[in-house]
Write a new protein. Structure first.
Lengths: 428, 428
């Protein structure tokens, strides 16, 4: 199958990391971007009119818990311990594999509609999530969440290994996997070392939460006399490819360690704000050259899976609280949402529109009042656009959304299944 | 003309300030909400199906500079002095009355599409803005911006008086007016006193910027030995109905003064973040019982005119930076965006869906993945919904948007006029 996108404004990234716009065509053959240029003289199975549209790399939601769409709007404006202990954990305990399957489908539907072409997840009943990913046509890095402070950790690790063996590279390579030790406070150092050796054995990375709350940091100092980042370093975790979500409470030493170990940080600004966790030192990390991606976190702490909003919040928040309007530029925000997100998931040929890269492309419709006038497309995308401006989504060379209709998922069925299950889950 | 909205989820506010949802019908006669109830037995000229829709009071964008949509995406990520001196002021100097007219039309188009039914503005060429408001069918409180540190202040004040006399109560009462002394640093106390006596004479309020930046506060201390709020108090400004935009840098004494004088504060969280101004002490003001509304500010410092985003940012930001997830609840955010916005504009019969009130009503379509499941509509609106979920907008009893098509404005013409004018404005 081949696709030709004609006359779009194409977002290109040069070798110095500078974005520019090229008016022209994109030719996609199979899953790969084959050619980019003005008035390409090629024949394609499908031709898409790109007029008044911007072609940008698909967004990457580098950290979420997709199935938690089931709990959107269920627990808000509450103290963190009540949110977790009285609301989230009790309903999570009731989840069935099928609940997760439908919650994930709702999440993927929402993400595709918002231009997200790849995401990173850590949760449970991950076989069902992988099935949903396979069917929906999205790209995902999936991890079984590992908590070693309850149950039998070795059985859990074995299950995670089985998942890794079963799913890595499946769905024409759209599914990749990592090990998912939940956090330093739920995975003691001895267990972390076992996870590290399993990850080394399978040649995959680590997806984890790190330094999310002040309490986590205080608890780590009480238990081990050191910061969560240092605990991970000493357990050997940081020798691997690590996607570390949150990184809100860091010392300058911690930032140095993250830099030296090439850790991929995922900033979840809206979730961190909503749960009252605080604000990650993103400008400091960017200045050090740390790769910072964006994530929505789960819908129970956000409450949507919208990377436009995370881009915008990241670009605005750090300017405001540091009283410096030059911090986190539009260009940086777009890189966080695309290329650096792909890097965090370990995807080397995703995240930019360039010949030879995977065809994960989003067409944004600029024919909307909030995107006029046409002055600076990049600023309009970061500071003014929204999910509803996404018109067409191509993942792995396949059109998964056309004119806002997702072709791979049955929206009505998903809404019904989710509503039915939620009714059961939140009843006493 | 009469309208019947059938089977919607209607947002009601009781006398204790508690929101609840009523499944039922709304009957509108002329510009007034006549009846609300289940299965109303009435005949209407137009019947709207409210199934799967929420009927909420129209949003109020209590502080903006509508015509600045012309500069959206023109100046971003810059230090404040360069943004103002090198970018915004030079292009503003080139503006013609017709430019303002078309910029305002673009703004109103965007605002209606985002569910905004009333807004507050201070700018120049306000006759052209008033004409645009009249034609578009929106409600607005308009003020001629007054800067006394250049030109002849008395001529400017006279022009503002003429504007007030000409437009107050026009467009079937949709247009109201205030005097618009720009800020304490551009309006010395003697001039402020003249404005106050003009406002008293005409029986109208004051729309102003107050305590927006740290520099403003420092300059006021240097010049007068007191805070901007105190300068306004001593000039007699606070004896009137005052809509004070920003109020970012306040002492606890300032907050006390705002409370005692019943000042209506307008919080512009995204603008304050983007320009690096800081974060207003909203939780402290709410605790004191100060009425805090929401504004987008102009599009050059936002960059859109979207009250969903301001609601969400207000609800998230204060939780995050105070590490307290119970601050600025969904319910408070909705009040800031509706009832308290109407109060700030001095509109006593707008801002809630109740018999006898003006029919300014927005229908939100809940048939979208990011608004599923249906658990808590209020939380979904604040934490997950967006402008594109607005389906129908009724202002003053007239349908101005139906199924996302704005009936009072010519979208294509507006885009063309704006693009043409912007080309001239930003050329050297």
């Amino acid at each position: 199958m081949s696709i030709l996108i004609k006359n779009a404004a194409i977002l290109s990234l040069d070798n110095e990391g500078k974005f520019s716009w090229l008016e022209g065509d994109i030719f996609i053959k199979g899953d790969i971007i084959e050619k980019i240029g003005r008035k390409l003289d090629v024949k394609a199975d499908v031709v898409i009119d790109g007029k008044d549209k911007a072609a940008i790399p698909g967004f990457v939601n580098a950290h979420t818990h997709a199935a938690m769409t089931l709990f959107r709007g269920y627990a808000d404006d509450l103290p963190l311990d009540i949110w977790l202990n009285k609301k989230i954990w009790p309903v999570e305990a009731k989840l069935t594999p099928e609940d997760v399957y439908w919650g994930v489908k709702l999440a993927i539907l929402e993400m595709i509609k918002g231009g997200i072409t790849a995401y990173g997840d850590m949760y449970f009943f991950m076989d069902e999530e992988a099935e949903a990913v396979k069917e929906a046509g999205i790209r995902a890095s999936l991890s079984v969440g590992l908590i070693a402070v309850s149950g039998d950790p070795s059985i859990k690790l074995k299950e995670a290994e089985d998942f890794v063996a079963r799913w890595n590279g499946e769905a024409e390579g759209r599914i990749t996997v990592m090990f998912g030790p939940h956090a330093p406070y739920t995975c003691p150092p001895d267990f972390l070392k076992e996870v590290v050796s399993a990850a080394e054995q399978y040649g995959v990375g680590i997806h984890t939460h790190l330094a999310e709350t002040k309490k986590e940091v205080e608890d780590m100092y009480k238990l081990y006399g050191k910061s969560p980042v240092k605990v991970y370093e000493e357990a050997g975790v940081l020798n691997l490819h690590v996607l570390a979500a949150h990184c809100v409470h860091l010392t300058s030493d911690d930032i140095e360690i993250l830099k030296n170990n090439e850790v991929f940080v995922v900033h979840n600004p809206q979730s961190n704000l909503k749960l009252g966790s605080g604000v990650a030192p993103v400008p400091e990390m960017l200045k050090k050259g740390i790769s910072v991606a964006l994530g929505t976190d789960g819908a129970a702490s956000n409450n949507n899976l919208d990377i436009f909003e995370e881009m915008r919040t990241a670009a605005l928040l750090h300017k405001g609280i540091n009283c410096d309007p030059t911090l986190v530029t539009a260009s940086e925000a777009v890189k966080m949402a695309t290329l650096w997100g792909a890097e965090a998931l370990g995807l080397k040929n995703v995240g930019r529109i360039e010949p030879g890269k995977k065809a994960d492309i989003v067409l944004l419709d600029f024919n909307a009042p909030h995107l006029q006038p046409k002055i600076d497309n990049l600023a309009q995308i970061v500071y003014s656009a929204g999910s509803a401006d996404v018109n067409t989504v191509i993942i792995d060379g396949k059109i998964v959304m056309k004119d806002r209709e997702v072709l791979t998922l049955d929206e009505e069925r998903i809404f019904k299944e989710v509503q039915k299950r939620v009714k059961r889950l939140i009843s006493n």
